[in-house]
Design a protein around this ligand. Sequence first.
Ligand SMILES: Cc1cc2nc3c(=O)[nH]c(=O)nc-3n(C[C@H](O)[C@H](O)[C@H](O)COP(=O)(O)OP(=O)(O)OC[C@H]3O[C@@H](n4cnc5c(N)ncnc54)[C@H](O)[C@@H]3O)c2cc1C
Ligand code: SF4
Length: 493
Amino acid sequence: MAKFERIILVAFDQLNLDRGAMRTANPATDLVVLIESQRMLTGRNWHAERLFFMVSSARHFAQDARERGFTVDYRQAATTPDGVRAVWADHGQLPTIAAQPASFEQARQFEALGVGTVETDFFLTPRSLFASWADSQKSYVMENFYRKQRVRLNLLVDGDKPVEGRWNFDEDNRLPPPKNYTWPPRLTHQRDQIDHDVATQIGHKATDLWATTRAGALKALDHFIEHNLAGFGPLEDASTNDDWSLHHSLLSPYLNVGLLHASEVFDTAVAAYKRGEAPIQSVEAFVRQIIGWREYINGMYWYLGEGYKDGNGLAATRKLLPLFTDSNKTKMKCVSGVVGDIEKRAWAHHIPRLMILSNLALITGTNPQEFLDWMRENFIDASQWVMVPNVIGMGVHADGGRLMTKPYAAGGAYINRMTQYCKSCSYDPKLRVGETACPFTTLYWDFLDRHREAFAKNHRMGQQLMGLNRLSDLPELRLRAASVLAGLEAGTI
Ligand SMILES: Cc1cc2nc3c(=O)[nH]c(=O)nc-3n(C[C@H](O)[C@H](O)[C@H](O)COP(=O)(O)OP(=O)(O)OC[C@H]3O[C@@H](n4cnc5c(N)ncnc54)[C@H](O)[C@@H]3O)c2cc1C
Ligand code: SF4
């Protein structure tokens, strides 16, 4: 007779002892199973730091579960289905449950295997609730969803009114990077035997930047609240080569694999506000990311359906540029800086993801799916649910404007205002033609020119198109754009 009555299958993004299928688990009757599949390790060209983080976090979770009294079968197998079938062969084909998977692919895989699911509580908003909000909207404006979330979750509100009189402090939160500023210290994490074993297995020298345990993730949360929350808001949109994380929280990897839950993150931030340790414009900005953007993106992933990831509304066909896979393949300081950061630590904050990487993919007409694959493989916090809407919708406008009504295209002048890269660059952000013209500036106008018909009916693009129509050097600009694109493909620009 089987010793256990049930199998709890824990996916590598559901690593929480009190959530998902673990919330009803009983050490006396349930066997906890994690599958480390070879396909997951080698199926894509993953950044080694990301792989290290995922595998080591899962092995630490298995250790924590054992310490809580569970029997854990941590299985290495060729594929997840192979692993599950091997567990069944050893323990009998017991009823097997998992939390609702976070992607369409995994949902299909579990269904095909006959793994039952319980509703996910790794997010704050049930999928059905999000769908009913989205169904009632003409366009899916995040701010409208966010205000509803504030009231529903009773956060920073008095009844149905925002505390301190405003829903949104965005206007106060657009400062460029300050000069002579001392950025806060960064937390580092000591590596243990599990970390060392995983690093050796995958042949990687891990950084000390990312926690791989629940205890380490909680330390990272406390560190953020103590050192960064107060400064988070005003500098949220800045980017600088002085410091790679500014006041950002660095919490996304933990939130996305289950080591932290959104509710404990916002509770801790709001408690700091109530103690007077952080101003409303920072706490509101941070809460907006957690209960607004993160939930909205997840809701939209499920609402828009699986085919959304294949969108290519601007018919962009260029192959991924070599500078994405090798930061030495460009002289553009902003791009080599950001890609170099990703090579080192598998992370860059929101602004480089949007203003440098996605903007470049957008204005060079890079194929959205090639760019999506690269982003997905190289970021420590990447998951299908979060990369797809952020890249396809927000980043490269490949969805015909379903998520964002206007493409996020910017030239060098904007990058120069928001970052310090241009000072040491061989290109000039003010120039659009000539050998030293900034490639962003040239390609920004060229992008508008190439898509002027498509954008003609978009009233939010009116001002930009008017600017385009005033250019006196369009023929020269088109020639420069062609040579910039050829240079980017050759890795010489
Ligand atoms: C093209 C592109 C790709 C992105 N890919 C990812 C990704 O793979 N994984 C990921 O977690 N985030 C992604 N983001 C969103 C955002 O850039 C990261 O969440 C953030 O940079 C993570 O760093 P942080 O934890 O310090 O965030 P903070 O700036 O401290 O923000 C706090 C938290 O808010 C949440 N958040 C903020 N914006 C978003 C958003 N647009 N979508 C979802 N969550 C958000 C994250 O959980 C984040 O940890 C992407 C954004 C863009 C423009
Ligand atoms: S000049 Fe252009 S390419 Fe150089 S750093 Fe500035 S924006 Fe980037």
